[in-house]
Design a binder for this molecule. Structure first.
Ligand SMILES: [Zn+2]
Length: 86
């Protein structure tokens, strides 16, 4: 089984230069193959069209989406050159 994850939204980040707020657009589209065990995980992870994750009987979608969003955020958020008041 696989899952097409599409997340679109906006988050408020803090600029690391001026410490002001800045909007960051999140746009994620990923295919996740759901593996039931380690063997399947290895096989599915080798597929070129997505990533595999180990999913138990139940999959916590909220956690999954949260992880994806957190991973997509820049480590050091900063306004673009010229847009930063600092
Ligand atoms: Zn700034």
């Amino acid at each position: 089984m696989s899952l097409l994850l599409a997340i679109h939204g906006e988050v408020e980040l803090t600029c690391q230069r001026c410490l002001g707020g800045m909007r960051h657009t999140v746009q994620i589209e990923r295919t996740l193959h759901l593996a039931r065990n380690e063997t399947e995980l290895e096989r599915l992870d080798a597929l070129p069209d997505g990533d595999a994750i180990l999913a138990g009987e139940k999959l916590n979608l909220v956690d999954l989406v949260e992880d994806e969003v957190l991973l997509s955020l820049p480590l050091a958020a900063m306004h673009a050159e010229g847009e930063c008041p600092a």
